[in-house]
Design a protein around this ligand. Structure first.
Ligand SMILES: *[C@@H]1O[C@H](CO)[C@@H](O)[C@H](O)[C@H]1NC(C)=O
Ligand SMILES: *[C@@H]1O[C@H](CO)[C@@H](O)[C@H](O)[C@H]1NC(C)=O
Length: 332
């Protein structure tokens, strides 16, 4: 069922708006990812990242917009000839259970693929509000590439887990490579060129008195599965997001599917900029090829993305609808 806006009580809309603006969320607009010759080793030890710029950003409830109860996420990113490497540090209290993923931390990354794809609601295809559309073409413009979606129960700290051929499903370490157009239409990479091109290692550290999970991840820049993977190109930017499932979301049950925290104040993509060796980045070409001429100010080195600083002013009707729906879910 798709509710149309006029059917929603205005009080609910007001409530949803209040929920959203009440949280003091700030998001970085972009994360710079620089070329590096000596790639970091995936071992959960972050000492080989000390020379790499760190970006800090808020985590907020994906549906509730509630602030993550611990500190900000820290992200670092570099790339070499073949792979992109991320270091994600999420402050939080340690919990681990070899028999229950929900009582271990979990993460995921997300790249925008379709032109209309939103960070909110994993692409937020209106035709996939409760299930996949009968005609998959209806949601192609809303596709997101989900990768490094890692649930830890079968893994050990400090161990590097590699890539898989043939499917996005990682039978060993459960760090899956997926794609989606909404939370109700999400799959492991499954086309004829599908693979899981993510590798990773994790650790938990508490040297400074503030405990953090460390996820050291890499992915091939280009993959064979263009159906289900965003292609990462040095010198270009791509819209990006990150999610964290907190094993202490609930003391008894651990995390819930919908209880995760995301970047971008649960509304905005972050521009992941794979700057070239001159530190420059060009806007990504339009997937449709429709807009081939960029304004001069948007060409290399001067990426002036519109400022989403005052989110309340940027919200289209779809956000009010989304948050109203989230409020409805929360009330039930
Ligand atoms: C995947 O396939 C490629 C190409 O056939 C091969 O080079 C690589 O070793 C394979 N990787 C794994 C993990 O099996
Ligand atoms: C980290 O260690 C300190 C003591 O060294 C302790 O007080 C604190 O609770 C720990 N933090 C976490 C999140 O485990």
């Amino acid at each position: 069922m798709i509710l149309s806006r006029p059917l929603l009580p205005s009080a609910l809309l007001a409530l949803a708006h209040l929920n959203f603006t009440a949280s003091a969320c700030t998001s970085v607009e972009s994360i710079s990812c620089s070329p590096m010759n000596d790639a970091p080793t995936l071992d959960g030890d972050n000492s080989d990242w000390s020379s790499v710029e760190t970006f800090e950003t808020s985590l907020t409830g994906a549906l509730t917009a509630a602030p993550y109860p611990n500190d900000n996420l820290k992200v670092q990113c570099v790339y070499d000839d073949n792979r992109i490497y991320f270091l994600f540090e999420v402050p939080g209290v340690y919990r681990f259970d070899t028999t229950d993923n929900h009582k271990c931390a979990a993460i995921s990354t997300m790249f925008k693929m379709g032109e209309e794809a939103m960070l909110y609601n994993m692409g937020n295809c209106p035709m996939a509000a409760t299930s996949c559309p009968s005609n998959p073409e209806d949601c192609v413009d809303y596709k997101v590439d989900i990768g490094g979606h890692w649930e830890l129960a079968t893994t050990e700290m400090g161990v590097a887990y590699g890539i898989n051929n043939g499917t996005g499903d990682d039978a060993v370490a459960n760090k899956d490579d997926e794609y989606a157009v909404s939370p109700y239409c999400r799959f492991d990479d499954d086309d004829q060129n599908a693979a899981n091109e993510w590798a990773g290692a994790w650790a938990y550290v508490n040297e400074t008195g503030v405990g953090s999970y460390i996820f050291e991840m890499s992915r091939l820049l280009s993959t064979a599965s263009t159906e289900s993977d965003a292609q990462l190109v040095p010198g270009q930017a791509i819209d990006f997001g990150f999610a964290f499932w907190d094993p202490y979301e609930d003391e008894t049950n651990g995390w819930s599917d919908i209880g995760h925290y995301v970047t971008g104040c649960a509304a905005d993509w972050i521009s992941l900029q794979l700057v070239d060796k001159n530190g420059e980045v060009a806007p990504a070409p339009s997937p449709s090829g429709a807009e081939t001429t960029a304004a001069p100010s948007q060409i290399a080195g001067e990426t002036t993305a519109p400022t989403p600083s005052s989110l309340a002013f940027n919200l289209g009707p779809q956000y009010y609808l989304s948050f109203a729906l989230a409020a409805l879910v929360a009330m039930m």
